[in-house]
Design a protein around this ligand. Sequence first.
Ligand code: ASP
Length: 819
Amino acid sequence: MINVLKFGGTSLSNSKNILLVSKIIIKKFKKKKIAVVLSAPANITNILEKSIELAIQKKNYKKEIQKIHEKFYKIVEEISLTNENFLLKKVKSKINQEMKFLQKMLKSIYFLNKCPKKIFAIIVSKGEILSTKIMENILISKNYNTFIINPIKNLISNGDALDSYVNIHDSKKNIKKLNIVKKSIILMPGFIGGNYKKELVLLGRNGSDYSAAVLSACLKAKSCEIWTDVDGILTCDPKIVPNAKIISNISYNQIINLSNLGAKVLHPKTISPLKKLNIPCYVKNTFNESKRGTKIVKNSKQKKNKNYSSITYIKNICSFSIKSKNTKKINKVYKKILNKLKNQKIYFFSSIKTINQKYINLYIEKKYYKKIKYILKKKIFKQENYKKKIKTKKKLSIISLIHSKNSQKNKLSNHIQKFLNRYKIKIINVISNQSKNIISFIINSKNTNKTIKLLHKILLNKVKTIEIFLLGIGGIGKTLLKQISQEKRNLKKRNLALKIFLIANSKKILFNKKSIKIESWKKEFLNNGKTYPQQEELIKKISKIIKKNNYINPVIIDCTSSKAISKQYFNYIKNRYHVITSNKKFNTGNLKNYKKIRKLACKMNKKFLYETNVGGGLPIIQTIKNFVKTGDKISYFKGILSGSLSFIFGKLEEGMLFSEAIQQAHQKGFTEPDPREDLSGLDVARKLLIIAREIGHSLELQDIQIQKILPKKINKKNNVNEFFQEIKKFDEYFLNQIDSAKKNEKKIKFIGTINQNGICKIKLSKINKNDPLYNVKDGENALSFYSKYYQPIPLVIKGYGAGKEVTASGVFSDLLNTI
Ligand code: ASP
């Protein structure tokens, strides 16, 4: 089986490149049979066309021919310098002969003032003729046999003399009859065909690709390789998106769509013969030979995560918007217009607005504007009706996204609209061709490049966005911002874009539509934050800001301890924000709301995450959820849930006095500002309640039974310093407690338990040696879950359960779970 290779103009633009091509040809030929189709060196066809135009206009065309002459001379002279076997004289004489012919033809055109198509075709084809001649001689000079297929005699073509179509059936017969010398490299000039009178015709501009496809079909080639100057077909125009990616696999149909929608890739005409015979086509880079390139086949295998193949655009679109009150009538008019356009061979993008079925919107390339206007005015509407019913717009662009079958179209379209809205890009209309997996957006031309860049970024580069609205910038909030800022580079590497739009504390809001620079948020907050002395007002303002949700993946993070803010969660989720909270107020509020918010989040497809409600950054909530999900049942829970009390009782074990231990915990920032809150057990009760609810027990905070730590009441009215004095009276009591426990090889810990029936208790307990909680100290939390599968040894999660760093990292991890 044979392989067909085609080299384009840039691959043959100078002697160095031509020699490189010859090396590729020889290398390939050593492995398999090949046929090579060659273009003219870059720009030669344009100059030839220009010389004809100049001659018709009676202008100086000779200069152009001179340019071509010099160019070919330079090429062959340089080749001969590297290769003494190259028959320079012979090739030069062929060049001279062709140039003489051109001069003669152009002279006649000059006198005639016109150029018949036949002559035009002959002149313009000379670039291909000469590049083939040069390649033939290079190969001969290197002792390779060559066989030239003459396309005029063999590629039977019909249609326009400058844009003909090849009849594969007839051409195949011709080629079969050729006595191709065995072990020879087949060469054929591209761009050229011959009509039934065996006269030279052209196959259309950029027609060498088509020549290669046609030859592949005639030879039933194994593959057709199009060698060019890029690594393959790109996801987008590299002039707009420099980091556009190479598409590794694409289907014939997608290529056809791409080129119909403006991409400068292979012409549909080229694809058709290959598609019919299912011949795979590769687009490869002459200058980067080792790259695999793009493979075009019948059904391209898209990788799962590569749902979108490419973005194309056509600038200079105009629209005709036709109004009518009557749906039936409008459909009739629409059909009539379609027929008229079809007859005139006008390619258009159309859409009927589905909202009220009272509009037809036609989107057409601007070059057809006058023609369409004429058709509508004269053939379909009367003069005055035209004015009344038709509105036109110019300076539009159509941007199309060609994607694979498995993406969800509506979701995708909404997603894009929302995204573009945010960047103030108005979408005039959306046209969705479901069967072809194309979504097109009509926008104002001035936004074309910006839109393409944005779409490429989110869809093809797969940048995942999280838009952050942070409430509370105390220890946790501030640390979170620091952690995000530190991770910025790594996040970028992982294609994650975390952007902050709002930061608020209890008095001030900083909102920046374009996003807040994370490195300088403090300064911005100070200088540009707006003050709201009343909390109510502040909350209202936040609600107002978030109501205008045109974000892709917005998240509200509550790092406050405010009940009022927690009451807003319903509102936030209803407005389509994820909610992440380290604030325990909501989850320990009434059970009805606890259940309701989960239902709402599910309905809105939003996340409600609160990993840091229990055990700081320790993975407690997700572990319980996994128990529930996998059908395991937690039969008993026992845990040390307070970092401060864990620290205090650890110190008691080491011999410290109770009052001293509390003071030290306070100094180290382990306790609440007023340590009485820790000692009350309320914070532990809240965590225990959340764990119990996650397990599935329907409880309220008052159901948690707290056994007081202190044996006697203390004065609540004392200030903290007075409290430290007062607490001394318990030192002895705790010394005794610890001692008596030690005698039995036990330790005293403040623990929370949940039994099978959901009875929750918090108390000081004597823990024996075998218990996983026995060695917990220094502010650690430890949680042991006994379940159907985890028994008699429980699943234990242990580690620092408080502190701004670990808690902020827990919030951070929730944040990344919103994607
Ligand atoms: N040389 C011709 C052109 O520039 C054909 C080709 O290169 O494909 O259109």
